[in-house]
Design a protein around this ligand. Structure first.
Ligand code: AMP
Length: 512
């Protein structure tokens, strides 16, 4: 049985400082209302086992995963007798580039997390990895994804006396492990995973083990790497490249992998199902230099652009990417069509992502702060703008106006993904249907709203063809493309229960 550890220093830190990192104003409303959190997050995870510099390497890995979450970062380490935890609001570098912070995280095992939640509920107690003392010892967990029955399970746990510290669905996993009556840690963990549904790539740690887990459909990515003979788990391969680690393989959908002093052991407790990785990782979320599911994200994005050019190709003088997310697709469009590629928009890299702004008016300001027209490249020209996706239409509207103001003669707009018609429940920050421009407007209406001379989106079959598939097979789609098709690959229990009915199965049949 695991020996019981003393509480991490983080409990004291939380008690003393329940608000944001002292001295920093993130412009984010802090609130304590548990129901106020939508429980949706975009995140990145990292873990390493058996390395003398575990925390420093984890900090580097988190730097490479910063694009997956910019609101908060945390690392928990284990030094052989105690757990140590540092969790802060802000960017990885705000906290973990400081030597004294890394020195407070001794030990040869560490797990880390970057987080970006979607609402005002940005509170320190939600920053991961979460840590708890269970009767069998300490347990830390970092989660990328979103549980679709997290709220339902949470209500049931609270009704049965659980006291929740955070508003994240990840804490539900901690409680399920804590309440399991099984004796071995792995059996308790598996029992917890059997109760949850939705998307999860988990990196967790006990005082003896590093444990990774991926949901049965493999919706969010998780890879295994190796550095100096030590195993590493990370959301994306770019985190391995950053530290010079070797990529070993992807963690398989439904796989639980455990590393301890005896080596590595895999468990596959779920009945096998065809995988359904989220296609939005390729469109927007993952870093272009990552290999996700065996495919280069950069090459896939270029192929989306080439496919766009195949599908519609107006007479234009230059191809202009909306930086940075539209750049690979614009290169692909330009290479396929032969139309020259120009940097007609320059991005200021020192402001945060558009979505971090809390209100629509501030979001619009954010776009202006972020992008500037490069008049020399576009004046008097017919241009085709390429971006990866259109969500609320804020970026496209601003940018079309900016291009016209800078003298573009014609402005055509192309999106390297199909219209986003449905919300995401698996950890990508997208608004509900009424916030999605394409869900409430026709293409012609959208064209008018954004003020472009023409507007077109990549077709769904074209998106699959660019991924090397013959097209979308409705009976067995290779990817989770629910944002475009509404074909959610799991039950959406929290969405389908008007009155909380814990344990009741979703009324929705599996969408495909
Ligand atoms: P919008 O301006 O609302 O139409 O959003 C589209 C822009 O946001 C595009 O430039 C995308 O690169 C970017 N984007 C798409 N999805 C997300 C997301 N989940 N979080 C943050 N930005 C996104």
């Amino acid at each position: 049985m695991d020996e019981i550890q003393s509480p991490s220093d983080d409990a004291e830190q939380l008690a003393q400082n329940p608000g944001p990192y002292p001295g920093q104003d993130f412009g984010i409303e802090l609130q304590d209302d548990l129901e106020g959190d939508t429980l949706r997050e975009e995140c990145g995870v990292f873990g390493i086992f058996g390395h003398p510099e575990a925390a420093a390497i984890t900090a580097l890995g988190l730097h490479a995963l910063q694009h997956r979450g910019q609101e908060a970062a945390g690392i928990v380490s284990f030094d052989g007798s105690r757990f140590h935890s540092e969790r802060r609001l802000g960017l990885v570098g705000d906290t973990f580039s400081r030597r004294e912070v890394i020195e407070r995280l001794p030990g040869s095992a560490a797990v880390g997390h970057v987080r970006y939640s979607t609402t005002g509920a940005t509170i320190l107690r939600n920053v991961q990895p979460l840590f708890a003392e269970l009767n069998a010892g300490g347990f830390a967990v970092g989660h990328n994804g979103n549980l679709t029955n997290g709220l339902t399970l949470r209500r049931e746990l609270v009704r049965n006396g659980a006291m929740m510290q955070s508003t994240t669905d990840t804490e539900v996993i901690l409680h399920l492990v804590a309440q399991s009556k099984r004796s071995r840690f792995i059996d308790r963990f598996i029992e917890a995973l059997r109760a949850i549904e939705g998307a999860y790539s988990l990196v967790s740690m006990t005082n003896k083990k590093l444990v990774g887990a991926r949901d049965p459909l493999g919706i969010r990515p998780l890879v295994l790497g190796e550095l100096d003979g030590c195993p590493i788990l990370a959301s994306e391969t770019c985190a391995l490249d950053m530290i010079g680690a070797k990529y070993v393989r992807d963690i398989a959908p439904g796989e639980i992998i455990v590393f301890d002093e005896h080596g590595a052991h895999s468990h596959n407790p779920f009945p096998p199902k065809p995988a359904r990785p989220c296609i939005f990782e390729y469109i927007y979320f993952a870093r272009p230099d990552s290999i996700v599911g065996g495919r280069s994200v950069y090459e896939v994005r270029k192929a989306f652009g080439a496919q766009l050019a195949r599908e519609s190709h107006p007479e234009v003088d230059v191809v202009v990417p909306v930086p940075d997310s539209g750049v690979p697709a614009a290169i692909g469009y330009s290479q396929y069509s032969g139309v020259p590629f120009e940097l007609g928009i320059i991005r200021n890299h020192y402001v945060g992502r558009t979505f971090i702004q809390p209100t629509q008016s501030v979001r619009e300001l954010g776009v202006r702060m972020k992008h500037s027209a490069n008049r020399a490249a576009i004046e008097g020209k017919r241009i085709i703008l390429i971006d990866d996706s259109l969500v609320r239409g804020t970026t496209s509207k601003k940018i079309v106006r900016m291009m016209r103001d800078a003298g573009a003669r014609e402005v055509h707009f192309r999106l390297a993904s199909p219209p986003i018609l449905y919300p995401d429940y698996y950890g990508i920050d997208l608004p509900d249907r009424d916030g999605l421009l394409a869900a409430t407007h026709s293409i012609e209406e959208m064209r008018e709203i954004i003020g472009a001379d023409s507007l077109a989106f990549l077709s769904i079959d074209g998106m699959y063809r660019a991924m090397g598939e013959p097209g979308r097979d409705p009976a067995n789609p290779k990817f989770s493309d629910h944002c475009f098709t509404g074909a959610y690959p799991t039950h959406l229990t929290d969405q389908t229960q008007v009155e909380p009915q814990p344990r009741q199965l979703s009324l929705l049949a599996e969408a495909s």
